[in-house]
Design a protein around this ligand. Structure first.
Ligand SMILES: Nc1ncnc2c1ncn2[C@@H]1O[C@H](COP(=O)(O)OP(=O)(O)OP(=O)(O)O)[C@@H](O)[C@H]1O
Ligand SMILES: [Mg+2]
Length: 404
């Protein structure tokens, strides 16, 4: 088993803070497994609405659930989006029992769940997003207490195969890629139509390949629209859909009042590095290292890990037309933290970093790189007091406390 105890703690904590919590995330990231673990350790009753027996037990939901809540139990409902008519019942019960940890809701169609619950449970439902296996979790799973960070083999395994547990744990990289191929087919042919996006499978396959091509770059709907033979609003709709499914990240551009021309288009990333590699046709470590865009893949992978660890309030990238840029600008509790991703041995301060520090008034700048040593970078000019630090990607697993 992959050790997801960090996430388990967050789930437990969040449930104590809200009457009802929805556990959301892309398909197959491990929502059901985590919820079952929770149910096995707490006083819970578990319903899976894809299971006929559960459905039968819930033939009179008001009575059954009221009894469970009165007995002080937490009600876990998986695949809740299958019975939208339950939501008004949940609302009544949530208001009646007025204590926290009443309901844990989850389902394989997160956007649908969100939409349905939004109508009935407004203001009553906490949301917890979970992603694929993060570097920190993979490190917990694989490191002995004496070793620092992940071995290069394990690091490459996570990067190459991505964070879906089934791909990560597949018997070979090739088997992982086959699993990812089938996963994508199912998302395209079953999930997307079920959630109301009726697009020819072939068009969606091509759209995914375009996304893989643009991974880590700015995205402007005009070119993809032309190449798919659809309108720009249609392309935007496709993209929004995949963002909603938590499969694609759209990083918006930051704009500072500077009198400089700044990039206004968002950047897009395929969030799971394994899916990206499948789409690129990359099947093993050698192919990945030799791939002309492996740098972009590494940056996207590192970006997801930083966002997972830092949990910022907002995240952007920044770029000017004259060439200065910042890969990631995070806002957290009023602080501005910049992050650069450099896939080189020993990153140094670049002119672009200094411009970003000054123009954006950064409180700190981190340079994430693939090495082993954490060190401070000292700007030549004494006028710059912002701390700049190089951080190994491998260190991100153990960082949370000082990432604030
Ligand atoms: N911590 C883990 N360690 C090992 N395997 C895991 C872990 N979590 C999940 N898996 C495996 O990954 C697969 C998907 O897990 P699970 O069914 O929990 O995901 P899900 O998010 O509920 O998927 P869906 O959205 O399709 O309902 C399963 O085969 C499960 O056994
Ligand atoms: Mg599930």
């Amino acid at each position: 088993m992959i050790d997801r105890s960090l996430l388990f703690e967050v789930l437990t904590q969040r449930l104590t803070e809200s009457r009802a919590l929805a556990l959301l995330g892309a398909r197959q990231v491990g929502k059901t497994t985590l919820a079952q673990l929770y149910a096995s350790r707490h006083n819970c009753v578990y319903f899976d609405l894809e299971d006929p027996q559960s459905l039968e037990h819930l033939s009179q939901p008001m009575v059954t659930l009221d009894a469970a809540l009165s007995a002080g139990r937490t009600v876990v409902i998986d695949e809740v989006q299958r019975r939208a008519e339950l939501f008004p019942v949940l609302r009544t019960l949530i208001d009646r029992h007025a204590r926290n940890s009443q309901f844990l809701l989850l389902g394989s169609a997160s956007p649908l769940l969100l939409q349905q619950s939004g109508e009935s449970l407004a203001g009553r439902l906490g949301l917890l997003y979970m992603g694929g296996v993060a570097l920190s979790e993979w490190t917990h799973t694989n490191s002995s207490s004496s070793a620092k960070g992940l071995s290069p083999v394990h690091m490459n395994q996570l990067w190459l195969r991505g964070g879906f547990p089934r791909a990560l744990l597949a018997p070979s990289a090739r088997a992982a890629m086959r699993w990812l191929r089938d996963y994508l087919s199912l998302v395209i042919e079953r999930d997307m139509p079920q959630m109301g996006l009726n697009v020819a499978a072939l068009t969606m396959q091509r759209f995914w390949r375009l996304l893989a091509h643009y991974h880590g770059q700015t995205w402007n709907a005009a070119e993809p629209a032309r190449s798919l033979g659809v309108s720009e609003p249609t392309v935007r709709k496709y993209l929004d859909f995949l963002v909603g499914l938590q499969l694609v990240r759209q990083l918006p551009p930051w704009h500072e009042n500077l009198g400089k021309r700044q990039v206004k288009a968002p950047k897009i990333y395929i969030r799971d590095s394994g899916l990206l590699h499948y789409l690129w046709g990359v099947e093993d470590d050698d192919a990945l290292w030799l791939h002309p865009k492996s740098g972009a893949s590494w940056e996207g992978f590192a970006l997801e890990q930083v966002l997972h660890v830092a949990q910022p309030d907002e995240a952007y990238f920044w770029a000017t037309h004259s060439g200065a840029e910042l890969d990631l600008l995070m806002f957290k509790r009023g602080l501005r933290v910049g992050v650069e991703f450099k896939r080189i041995d020993a990153p140094k301060i670049t002119p672009s970093m200094l411009i970003a520090i000054q123009d954006l008034h950064l409180d700190a700048l981190y340079v994430v790189y693939p090495g082993q040593r954490r060190y401070h970078l000292q700007p030549k000019s004494a006028a710059i007091s912002t701390p700049i630090e190089a951080i190994p990607l491998n260190d991100l697993a153990t960082l949370p406390a000082d990432w604030n």
